[in-house]
Design a protein around this ligand. Structure first.
Ligand SMILES: C[S@@+](CC[C@H](N)C(=O)[O-])C[C@H]1O[C@@H](n2cnc3c(N)ncnc32)[C@H](O)[C@@H]1O
Length: 449
């Protein structure tokens, strides 16, 4: 795992220029100038070809020779990224038998009505894994933190006999709705608590001497809090965690330009959600990089292969960002999405501005006025559509390259969590449990004391 961490770290620091930049800043930062000259050829790849480049498991057959550095990146992703790692092999690291998990899969029972397909797929894999973990490290209660509507907790009580199950959730509304759903069931063994959890919420664990703590899609800093709780309390015998929303780590306070429109101070560090371990203490990931780690590369590759992807709206939004920055407006304001069909004609730039900037009328009027009278700091209005279309392939290349490398950013966050657990004496691993096309956050973090 440490080797994987080193490779992911090396690639992320080498490609910092790529993972730290948003596509919306394409024109403002003249992003195309950052692309190594040997990669310019990538602008010629079709969507189909990109889908093959980005899927490390497929055979490469392309109309152009791929730059050596990209072949190398592809090989590294294939050999070292966690998404390409075999589930059986990862489970072996914590002495859990994959066949056992498969056997338990057929024994999972739960109320399928009203549970969305994605959640069903997840429940059908989490419950058997939890049973197999319990065989390896017995525990008498399971505490699901950030339990939302409680689908997982209800499936666990129905499938695992004699296990005490608690659902902990910060949102009062969700706790109430979960309790209403519990009421409709014969099986009512879930105890529900409304608590906003942090790393010191040890009261959640009760008096049990062997507890498993976990969370399904425990967003942002909730995952590090659950890990801290598990590490600090000796009664926690196991932890089963699925993280998400990595951009919200460390309070998400390093979001670029947020201070401009929220009137808050920039980026004071709180208790660290990343990095947590000694091993990774020198690592830093920007908000943009952590947000990139939340994308679904697998789903995107499927879309490229089946339908193709049009990034026209990204080009227009990036142009909007350039206009805003040139008139001194607040950056990354959140422009409305506008369909792009009519951007071929110059007057449509004005129409686009009208619709995209409806939430920012003053700024909108300033830009429109300056564009219609001509202004040295802005591109001539007639040139804007061709400016957008002439850069569209490069923008697509950058978008695809960012997504290609995204798995290594997520790996860094996950490997840091494994390292933090191991440094505290727990056995730990990461397992790709879900189908990443359906559940982009597909990794289970397992910790055993
Ligand atoms: C992405 S949702 C997942 C819900 C559920 N586990 C599922 O998979 O359907 C994350 C949940 O965690 C809750 N949450 C986030 N931070 C929390 C905290 N510090 N303490 C308690 N609940 C929290 C949210 O209110 C939300 O319901």
């Amino acid at each position: 795992m440490a080797d994987r961490g080193r490779i992911a770290s090396g690639v992320c620091s080498e490609l910092k220029w790529l993972i730290d930049h948003y596509i919306i800043d394409f024109y403002v930062d003249e992003y195309w100038k950052k692309v190594p000259s040997s990669w310019e050829i990538l602008d010629r790849l079709s969507d189909q070809e990109w889908s093959r480049v980005m899927d490390e498991q497929t055979q490469l057959s392309l109309s152009i020779p791929l730059p050596l550095s990209l072949i190398c990146l592809r090989s590294l992703l294939s050999a070292f990224s966690l998404v390409n790692r075999n589930c059986r092999e990862s489970l072996k690291e914590v002495n859990i038998d994959y066949d056992r998990v498969r056997e338990y899969q057929s024994l999972t029972v739960y109320e399928k009505r009203k549970v969305k397909e994605k959640k069903r797929g997840e429940i059908e894999r989490v419950v058997p894994l939890l049973r197999a973990i319990r065989d390896a490290r017995p525990f008498s209660s399971f505490v699901d933190i950030g339990s939302g509507l409680g689908h997982l907790t209800r499936a666990i009580v129905s499938s695992i006999p004699l296990l005490c199950v608690r659902g902990v959730e910060g949102s009062e509304e969700l706790v109430e709705r979960a309790m209403e759903l519990d009421e409709k069931r014969k099986e009512k063994r879930v105890a529900r608590m409304r608590v906003w959890v942090d790393g010191e919420s040890k009261e959640l664990l009760g008096d049990d001497q062997a507890v498993c703590v976990g969370g399904l899609h425990a967003c942002g800093d909730l995952s590090p809090s659950i890990i801290r709780l598990a590490l600090s309390q000796s009664t926690v015998s196991a932890c089963l965690l699925f993280g998400c929303c990595f951009h919200k780590l460390n309070g998400g306070r390093d979001k670029l330009f947020r201070q401009e429109w929220e009137g808050m101070e920039e980026g004071k560090r709180r208790e660290n959600g990343f990095p947590m371990s000694e091993q990774m203490k020198g690592e830093r990931l920007s908000y943009a990089a952590r947000e990139l780690a939340c994308h679904s590369k697998s789903a995107y590759v499927k879309q490229l292969r089946e339908k193709g992807v049009n990034h026209g709206h990204h080009g227009v939004r990036a142009m909007g960002e350039l206009l805003i920055s040139r008139v001194g407006g607040g950056r990354h304001l959140g422009l409305r999405g506008v369909s792009m069909e009519r951007m071929g004609r110059s007057e449509d730039v004005m129409k686009w501005i009208d619709r995209a900037m409806v939430d920012h009328p003053l700024l909108r009027d300033t830009i429109k006025e300056k564009l219609s009278h001509g202004c040295p700091s802005l591109p001539p209005v007639d040139s804007i559509p061709s400016l957008i279309s002439s850069f569209s392939s490069t923008l697509t290349t950058l978008y695809n390259l960012r997504l290609m490398v995204a798995p290594f950013v997520e790996d860094l966050i996950l490997i840091d969590r494994v390292a933090a657990m191991r440094e505290s004496g727990m056995t730990s691993t990461v397992v790709r449990l879900f189908d990443p096309v359906i559940s982009p956050r597909c990794f289970a973090l397992i910790g055993l004391r």
